[in-house]
Design a protein around this ligand. Structure first.
Ligand code: FMN
Length: 280
């Protein structure tokens, strides 16, 4: 199989994060300098509107091929490429048998086959350290153009020691490019890029889309940190108030003198109230 090159501006991506990576936040990260942005887990069966203005990697999940063909047909022209999640450790994933709980290799292969049949764009999977990692790698080498890895087990979630040696060994044995995800930040990303083909930044980017500008050596050229800018995009995309409020709390976290403002944001009941607080 000929491996497709990932269509990215640089090798540092915004990691997929459900509930964090709304379209306004992703667009800010992209403009700030992220090589690629990822959506969070996206259901191929949900009627929810999918906004793809930042041309992201669209990450889907599930436990069957249901809806994949139709979903991919609808959105293929607007995505950078496609990713299938095999790493989500959440209790809902356990309940429904998706993410890190999708362990039936035949089902995984069926899904990847359908995905491959429905796009000419690159295809990736995202996995964790797992007893099935070699089997997943085999499947990825058959169907995918890269593999994203997180060096924690399903039961570790996102905390506890991440097994960097495991990740290094995995990268050595992989015949396809490896995208590394786990505690990457502004200070250590270069070290990781010496070992892995690409890296992703997750939690360090929450409330800080300017992290990508810093990495590109551009010091916040468009005042990316400005929550007002987020607000403008969020309104344009008609994002729900609870999402905007969530981001307001993230963007103001750790700012000097923001304690009072954050206490007020918590109690904002609608967008008008939130906007008045931000204007002040
Ligand atoms: C709030 C949150 C939501 C996440 N949602 C997803 C998701 O939808 N899909 C996915 O593959 N990983 C998801 N992850 C995992 C991240 O992509 C990433 O692998 C993990 O956070 C480790 O990277 P970090 O240390 O840079 O945050 C999520 C992580 C967090 C903290």
């Amino acid at each position: 199989m000929k491996i497709k090159k990932l269509p990215c501006k640089n090798r540092v991506f915004l990691a997929p994060m459900e509930e964090v990576n709304d379209p306004a936040f992703r667009l800010m990260c992209k403009k700030s300098g992220a090589g690629l942005t990822y959506t969070g887990l996206t259901s191929t069966l949900s009627p929810k509107k999918v906004i793809l203005k930042d041309k992201p990697v669209l990450q889907i999940f599930g436990n069957s091929t249901k809806g994949i063909k139709e979903f991919m047909k609808e959105h293929n022209s607007k995505v950078a490429f496609w990713d299938f999640n095999l790493g989500c450790p959440a209790s809902t994933a356990k309940k429904h048998g998706f993410g890190a709980y999708l362990t039936n290799l035949k089902t995984v292969e069926k899904i990847l086959k359908v995905m491959k049949e429905n796009t000419k764009k690159p295809l990736t999977i995202k996995i964790r350290k797992s007893p099935l990692e070699d089997k997943f790698l085999e499947l990825a080498e058959k169907y995918c153009d890269a593999i994203a890895i997180h060096p924690r087990t399903r039961s570790q979630g996102y905390s506890g020691e991440s097994d960097i040696d495991w990740a290094k060994n995995f990268a050595k044995k992989s015949k396809i490019p490896v995208i590394y995800s786990g505690n990457v930040n502004e200070k250590n990303y270069e070290k990781f890029l010496k070992i892995f083909d690409y890296v992703m930044i997750g939690r360090e980017a929450i409330g800080h889309p300017e992290i990508f500008a810093n990495i590109q050596g551009r010091s916040n050229p468009e005042k990316i940190r400005d929550f007002k800018k987020y607000l403008k995009l969020a309104k344009k995309f008609n994002l729900p108030f609870r999402q905007i409020k969530f981001q307001a709390m993230q963007f103001t976290k750790g700012n000097r003198d923001s304690k009072k403002l954050r206490n007020e944001i918590i109690y904002a009941k609608d967008l008008q109230e939130l906007e008045n607080l931000i204007k002040k």
